[in-house]
Write a protein that binds this ligand. Sequence first.
Ligand code: AMP
Length: 187
Amino acid sequence: MNRLIFMGPPGAGKGTQAKVICNEIKIPQVSTGDILRAAIQNGTEMGLKAKKFMDAGDLVPDEVVIGIIKDRLAEADCKNGFLLDGFPRTIEQAKALDSLLKDIGISLHAVINIAVPDEELLKRLLERAKIEGRADDNEETIKNRLVNYNNKTLPLLDYYKQTGLLKEIDGMGTVEKITTLIKEVIK
Ligand code: AMP
């Protein structure tokens, strides 16, 4: 399986697992969060527009991230597969992705959901805030990101359950243990 979506709340370890899996199966990790942070750093118009949403822990408007994914999936390195990390995050984005993939004539192989309880997420995110100093990792913003996740992104699990693509992974445990579980599911 090489056309994948990784889902999960902020702090679930999605990005970490995405890196490991992409390295192993040699597919690009397409992270809308990384692309947006790069845009902010480069001072692009898109970056300026996205920054205020990201700093507040809010979702960037759908049309912005859908545009990012459309351009990124058209690049040559996505021809042999890709791992979407942090996209889609709303039903609107998932529908846009469906129609985008339909236009290209390909379909997804699996949607991996890494599940972690809220209390553990808060703990992990506060810890990460201390280590990485990410602008959107203060307590108020973190809580807002979790609220947004529960309201806007969680309904996507049902969306993908209905298509039969959803694979649930228990995100509690060591990085290695979770990688092994994911590899079992996508082999
Ligand atoms: P991440 O690195 O995936 O946690 O994303 C960091 C921030 O970027 C999020 O809190 C959002 O503000 C924004 N972002 C990333 N991906 C998306 C998306 N698919 N839809 C809306 N906002 C996004």
